[in-house]
Design a protein around this ligand. Structure first.
Ligand code: SF4
Ligand code: SF4
Length: 270
C-alpha cells in the first residue's frame, strides 16, 4: 500500500478494527459512554467492530466519541502494518502500542502537509518535506520498529518547524504576526481575525459567528462548543476534523475543502 492519496488522513472505520474504541483510555466526563481502561473494548463495540449506538451518539451527547479523529491511523495500522488482522488475531498489546504511535505520526503529517500547502518560504518548505519523508519512512517500518519509535523526540523537532511555519504564514497573511490569546466563552462580535494566530489557545464556547477568519491559525486550539454557525472557515489554517467535530456549526458553516461537515450540524440553526 502506498502512503499517498488525498484521503490518507480521512478515517475509514470500515477498514479498521475499532482501535480507538479499544486501545484508548477514556472517561465518561469527557463525553464517552463509560470510564474505560486502555486496552479494553467499549461496551458498545460490536463483534464486527461497528458501534452499536453510532446513530445515537449525538442524541446521547457522546461528544468524546463524536470528536475523536485518528487522522487515518486506524485503517493504516489495521490494513498496512498488521495486513488486515484485527486485535483479536494479532499481538494486541503490540497493535495498540503501534496505533498510539501511528496516531501521533499521522497528526504530525497532517500539520506538516497543511503547512506546506500554505507556505511560500521555499527553504522552510524543503525542510518540512524532509520531515514528511522521515515520518512516512517510520510509518512503513515493521510493527516492532514502529512501537519502539521515539515519537516525543520527533515531535519536538517537528514542533520547532511548525512554529516557524505558523509565524511565516501569519506574516504572509497580514504583514505581521498577530498573536491571539485564550478567550473561552468570549463573544468576538464579528471581528476581523484574519491572519491572527490562535494556535494552542483555549476558545471553548467562544462565539466566532460572523468573524472574518481568512488565514486565521487554529493549530491545536481548543474549539469545544465554539460557535461557528454560519461562519466561513474555508480559508482558516491548521483546522482538524477533530476540532470541527467538537465545535458547534450548522449547514451554513463553510469548511476547508479537506474537512467534512458533521452530520449533526444539518439540524442546527443560526
Ligand atoms: S481508530 Fe480511526 S479508523 Fe479506527 S474506528 Fe477509530 S476513528 Fe475509525
Ligand atoms: S460508543 Fe461507539 S464510538 Fe464511542 S467508544 Fe463506544 S463503540 Fe466507540
Amino acid at each position: 500500500m502506498e502512503y499517498n492519496g488525498c484521503n490518507r488522513f480521512k478515517i475509514d472505520c470500515a477498514k479498521c478494527c475499532g482501535l480507538c474504541c479499544t486501545a484508548l483510555y477514556f472517561a465518561k466526563s469527557e463525553g464517552f459512554p463509560q470510564n474505560k481502561a486502555a486496552g479494553v473494548p467499549c461496551q458498545h463495540l460490536c463483534v464486527d467492530f461497528k458501534c452499536e449506538i453510532h446513530d445515537e451518539l449525538s442524541s446521547r451527547k457522546m461528544k468524546g466519541c463524536l470528536a475523536y479523529d485518528c487522522f487515518g491511523a486506524g485503517q493504516w495500522v489495521t490494513q498496512h502494518v498488521f495486513k488486515g488482522a484485527d486485535w483479536r488475531q494479532a499481538d494486541k498489546a503490540l497493535m495498540f502500542d503501534v496505533f498510539i504511535k501511528a496516531v501521533q505520526l499521522h497528526q504530525m503529517l497532517w500539520y506538516l502537509s497543511a503547512a506546506n500547502d500554505l507556505l511560500k518560504d521555499l527553504k522552510l518548505m524543503k525542510e518540512i518535506d524532509g520531515y514528511i519523508d522521515e515520518i512516512v519512512e517510520v510509518l512503513n517500518e515493521s510493527a516492532v520498529q514502529l512501537a519502539a519509535c521515539d515519537v516525543e523526540k520527533l515531535r519536538h523537532r517537528v514542533n520547532q518547524r511548525l512554529k516557524q511555519a505558523c509565524d511565516s504564514i501569519s506574516c504572509q497573511a497580514c504583514g505581521k504576526h498577530i498573536i491571539g490569546h485564550d478567550a473561552p466563552g468570549r463573544n468576538f462580535k464579528k471581528a476581523d481575525l484574519s491572519g491572527h494566530d490562535y494556535s494552542m489557545c483555549l476558545l471553548m464556547a467562544a462565539d466566532l459567528r460572523g468573524c472574518r477568519l481568512t488565514m486565521t491559525n487554529f493549530l491545536g486550539a481548543d474549539l469545544r462548543d465554539t460557535d461557528i454557525r454560519g461562519t466561513d472557515l474555508s480559508h482558516s489554517c491548521f483546522l482538524t476534523q477533530g476540532q470541527i467535530n467538537a465545535a458547534r456549526g450548522n449547514a451554513q458553516t463553510k469548511l476547508p475543502a479537506n474537512l467534512s461537515m458533521p452530520a449533526a450540524w444539518l439540524n442546527e440553526t443560526v
